[in-house]
Design a protein around this ligand. Structure first.
Ligand code: UTP
Length: 444
């Protein structure tokens, strides 16, 4: 009897239900499902479940200590700004936008970066980033190299968005700017480690966190291309912060002066119940991020003598590292983390929709590589100036709160310039982070 190597592999990794399902299919659907099953690394999927499945009690970090941070004064910031612009002029810094997430809480049917936010000119997160980078090009004489990480669910739509925006919305954009690359994905599993199917003949593949970013950048040839172009620093940030400052010259100048291969931006965490991770030193005095889910309430709520939380440096997913460190991160095996989420899926036998049931999504986080860096500096920045996340459709961290934060910021800039504008709006191409515009309007 002929043994089917795929069937044998599925059986070995506890995925025999998929072999059974394949057996019920025919024609093109059968062939496509077979190819999909063959393309998945089932050993890796089994390892996710083994190491981080629902039966594994997560290890809580011990011996955590607060991490020092720096809040530069106005004159230091000015020095960093000038140095950062000089670095940009020499083409030494590039930007990577992490936009591969599912955005399930936002519930927008499309990439989060293209979600309408109610901003003037209907600007969306993607466009705001593009315009800020173009403004940097104007200030430094060189537009920073730019790459966007997409996810399995939004890759096509993100490519479409960037292809469509070559007109006035993104003046000067070229096909290779930005470079788009697809992040890694993994099958969603049930509590017993069995892979879910999103519909008959299709696996429920979900993005597996941002931890694979350096591997993907390397494999897409982008790290080599950037190295050849003279890039020394890579700034990486999430798509969902409306106030994010890509390749912020202050951050660049700070990181260079700090002398470490890795720097991270934080904002002050004042509310211990806020759902953000914090930068800490681990028991070996290595920098790391402790997720809010990892901190026991007494640790999360502990107060220092000044009344503020002991662990107060909130991670806003804005990291600057040397290209060499990115290469070494690309080689690392990172741990898996479990996220229980509603994952659209069906029963492969009956076809019944089971999307209201939670499934297991496994993720790797890029910050799990941080303890291996030879040093890390934390730049504390102002929340009002740099952090307005878009996570939920309504309420806290929603398009509305982000829009209001941007309006308040613009109002303060406009007042500082001694101008009056109604509405209080500053196009990101006019001013990157509050510097006086060099033109009255750059919009065509
Ligand atoms: P979140 O953790 O907020 O996840 O991502 P999300 O997928 O955007 O939203 P929810 O949790 O489903 O509602 C923070 C940032 O990291 C990126 C996201 O695109 C966002 O910029 N990210 C997240 C990735 O690029 N890949 C991932 O696999 C996960």
């Amino acid at each position: 009897m002929m043994i089917d190597p795929l069937g044998e592999r599925l059986l070995r990794h506890g995925q025999d239900h998929l072999a059974d399902h394949l057996g019920t299919l025919s024609g093109a659907v059968h062939d496509a499902f077979r190819r999909e099953l063959e393309s998945v690394d089932w050993e890796r999927a089994a390892s996710m479940h083994r190491h981080a499945g629902p039966h594994v009690a997560p290890l809580l970090p011990e011996g955590l200590a607060p991490i020092p941070s720096t809040e530069p004064d106005a004159s230091q910031r000015d020095g960093f700004w000038q140095e950062g612009l000089a670095m940009l002029a020499r083409g030494e810094a590039a930007f990577v936008l992490m936009a591969g997430g599912q955005g399930s809480r936002l519930g927008f049917d499309g990439p989060k970066g293209a979600c309408p936010l109610g901003l003037p000119d209907d600007l969306v997160l993607f466009e705001v980033v593009v315009r800020r980078l173009l403004r940097l090009g104007e200030l430094s004489g060189k537009i920073p190299p730019f790459a966007v990480m997409t996810g399995p669910e939004n890759d096509a739509a993100t490519r479409e968005w960037f292809k469509d925006r070559t007109g006035p919305a993104v003046p000067g954009s070229r096909a290779s700017w930005p470079s788009l690359f697809l992040q890694s994905a993994a099958p969603a599993l049930d509590d017993d480690g069995k892979a879910l199917v999103s519909e008959s003949g299709k696996l429920a593949l979900v993005p597996d966190g941002n931890g694979g970013i350096w591997e993907r950048l390397r494999d897409a040839g982008i790290l080599d291309a950037w190295a050849a172009a003279g890039v020394k620093w890579i700034h990486v940030a999430g798509v969902d912060n409306l106030l994010s400052l890509p390749c912020d010259p202050v951050f660049l100048g700070f990181a260079k002066a700090a002398g470490h291969p890795l720097s991270c931006k934080s904002v002050l965490r004042t509310d211990p119940s806020e759902k953000v991770g914090v930068y800490v030193l681990d028991g070996d005095r290595h920098p790391r991020v402790a997720e809010y889910t990892e901190l026991p309430p007494e640790t999360a709520g502990a107060r220092a003598a000044d009344g503020l939380p002991v662990f107060r440096e909130a991670n806003i997913a804005s990291h600057l590292l040397t290209l060499d460190l990115a290469r070494s991160f690309a080689e690392q095996e990172l741990p898996w983390h479990l996220a229980r989420k509603k994952i659209p899926h069906v029963d492969p036998v009956s076809g019944h929709d089971l999307s209201d049931r939670s499934g297991c999504k496994y993720e790797r986080f890029l910050f799990d590589a941080f303890p291996s860096a030879s040093g890390m500096s934390v730049l504390r920045v102002s929340r009002a100036g740099e952090f307005a996340p878009v996570k939920n459709a309504q309420g806290v961290d929603s398009p509305q709160t982000a829009r209001e934060a941007l309006e308040n910021l613009h109002r303060s800039w406009i007042a500082a310039w001694g101008e009056h504008r109604d509405p209080p709006w500053v196009d990101p191409m006019e001013s990157f982070s509050g510097e006086r515009p060099t033109k009255t309007s750059t919009r065509s």
